[in-house]
Design a protein around this ligand. Structure first.
Ligand SMILES: Cc1cc2nc3c(=O)[nH]c(=O)nc-3n(C[C@H](O)[C@H](O)[C@H](O)COP(=O)(O)OP(=O)(O)OC[C@H]3O[C@@H](n4cnc5c(N)ncnc54)[C@H](O)[C@@H]3O)c2cc1C
Length: 487
């Protein structure tokens, strides 16, 4: 083994994992004056953000859009030099493929939960709409510390709202099951509003009223010319330009504390000394690495479940794709019994993809949800065939694609079941007990890109104080050990 020349006490931080969370942490740490080494297990950086290509057109093969109503992702893109590449979607019109037709996605709801029954007319049956009206007269539903989104909404407004709207919208983010997903973690604003109001539709109207008096400006989502997958590449370039190291093919197998302070990180032949460690890896990997030093945190993380999915990207000649309707794509409620769960018309949604080759139309479908294993066991050809079958049923598109590619995301999305926030709080408590250790990424405070970046910044804030203490200890070892070097 090779012990690297990274003496402890110099503010050296090892970040494990070069997904967007790890890279955001590295970026912020360098701003704060730390020395940073990012170790990535695989041969490429970016994790779930993956730029690719089909029929000569650049596309995203992983995440493709970022919420712009929160500042973190757009802010990081700007800091990494991508300000001129930010691009909002060309269309915000989406559909639901339900009850045998493509229907305009209703407006006036919070994650599928409407403020009035009328908001969902056209999507729900007459009985479904009538059931929503009963909410106002029902006694309060106790939700305690947390509740499954599906169970609560079904009790207040009926199952049809959950099955036709909440489920596909939540499924689009978590690939999960609305009847398991935590309302507190997945839709916190709705959880708070629901605690304050007896009626759920009233709670939604209160939320909508707040937005109406202070309407947020700018697009809700943002893309990046060339793909969201270029974001981690740009952040890594910026990290390297500031003197940080980003090392690929470096799977970390061991993280141990050293005396009196600091950490020892083993990645194959490399052994690094660090003053602090940021673990920015998925929960199962974090559990393995924490087993020795933080067994209780490791146990909490080992219990986090993941959903797998696959994306099927298809390219058609424009002349063959006339059947494709307007809009950015559609979601499919599981209750409708189709195989695909969504389709994004990438060339319609993103101007930059349309411009790459105006004679091509690129779209993608997604398959696989939490607990659905059969579909992902099928081979690529089969996944392309079922996607084409469903696309034909939904839109009439029956042409032969000029190219197709399947991208599998095994264990791609952590699940946030009821009680997730409490589990995360316990994990963080155990981790915080070890000075110079922090965790971040999709398993904690939200799976979306801005939430992952926010968790990275929180991890940096957490170890910042520990780092300063270590630096003082190194500068004035005797004083500091006796507590005499306070600022
Ligand atoms: C198919 C798909 C589509 C999505 N679409 C969107 C979207 O459009 N918008 C959005 O906001 N979010 C989207 N998400 C969610 C979002 O992309 C992810 O939650 C987020 O990118 C996760 O970032 P992360 O840094 O936490 O983890 P990851 O991206 O998983 O990165 C973790 C990194 O750690 C590395 N690693 C693991 N073990 C070790 C080890 N022992 N040593 C060193 N390195 C290790 C991994 O190789 C990986 O590179 C999507 C997710 C998926 C799967």
């Amino acid at each position: 083994m090779r012990e690297e020349e990274t003496p402890a006490g110099t503010g050296h931080v090892v970040v494990i994992g070069a997904g967007i969370a790890g890279l955001a942490a590295a970026h912020r740490l360098l701003e704060r004056g730390a020395r940073v080494t990012v170790l990535e297990a695989s041969g490429r950086i970016g994790g779930k953000l993956l730029p690719g290509e089909i029929a000569g057109v650049r596309v995203d093969l992983g995440a493709e859009s970022m919420l712009a109503r929160r500042p973190e992702a757009v802010g990081l893109a700007r800091e990494a030099g991508l300000a001129g590449h930010l691009q909002p979607p060309a269309t915000a019109t989406a559909s639901l493929w339900t009850r045998g037709a493509l229907r305009p996605m209703p407006k006036g709801h919070v994650m599928g939960v409407p403020g009035t029954a009328a908001a969902l007319s056209g999507v729900l049956s007459e009985e479904g709409l009538a059931r929503i009206e009963r909410d106002a007269a029902l006694p309060r539903t106790e939700i305690g510390d947390d509740v499954a989104v599906g169970a609560y909404v079904a009790e207040r407004l009926g199952r049809e709202v959950v099955d036709r709207l909440v489920e596909p919208l939540l499924g689009g983010v978590y690939a999960g099951d609305a009847y398991r997903i935590s309302m507190r973690s997945a839709v916190p604003q709705l959880f708070e509003a629901a605690r304050a109001h007896a009626s759920l539709t009233e709670a939604v109207r209160a939320l909508q009223g707040r937005t109406a008096t202070a309407p947020p400006s700018g697009p809700v989502f943002m893309g990046i010319r060339g793909g969201i997958g270029t974001l981690p590449l740009a952040v890594a370039r910026s990290v390297r330009a500031r003197g940080g190291a980003v090392v690929t093919d470096a799977p970390v197998t061991e993280v141990r504390r050293t005396a009196p302070t600091g950490w020892r990180v083993v990645a194959g032949e490399r052994v690094l000394r660090a003053d602090a460690v940021v673990l920015a890896v998925p929960a199962p990997a974090a559990a393995r690495l924490l087993r020795a030093e933080a067994p209780a945190a490791a146990a909490g993380l080992a219990a986090v479940e993941y959903a797998s999915m696959a994306l099927v990207t298809l390219a058609y000649r424009r002349t063959d794709a006339q059947a494709l309707p307007e809009g950015s794509g559609f979601l499919v409620p599981p209750v409708d019994g189709r195989t695909i769960k969504a389709s994004t018309f990438a060339s319609r949604k993103w101007g930059w993809i349309a411009e790459e080759d105006p004679d091509l139309v690129v779209l993608r479908t997604s398959v696989g949800r939490y607990g659905e294993t059969e579909i992902l066991g099928r081979d690529d050809e089969d996944l392309v065939a079922v996607s084409r079958h469903d696309l034909k049923e939904a839109t009439g598109l029956d042409a032969e694609p000029v190219a197709a590619r399947v991208t599998r995301w095994t264990d791609g999305l952590p699940q946030y079941p009821v009680g997730h926030h409490a589990r995360v709080a316990r994990v963080r408590e155990h981790v915080a007990a070890l000075p110079g250790l922090a965790v971040c990424g999709a398993a904690y405070d939200g799976v979306g890109i801005p939430a992952c970046i926010a968790s990275a910044y929180a991890a940096v804030d957490q170890i910042h104080g520990d780092l300063r203490a270590v630096q003082q200890l190194t500068a004035h070892p005797v004083q500091s050990l006796h507590g005499g070097a306070g600022e």
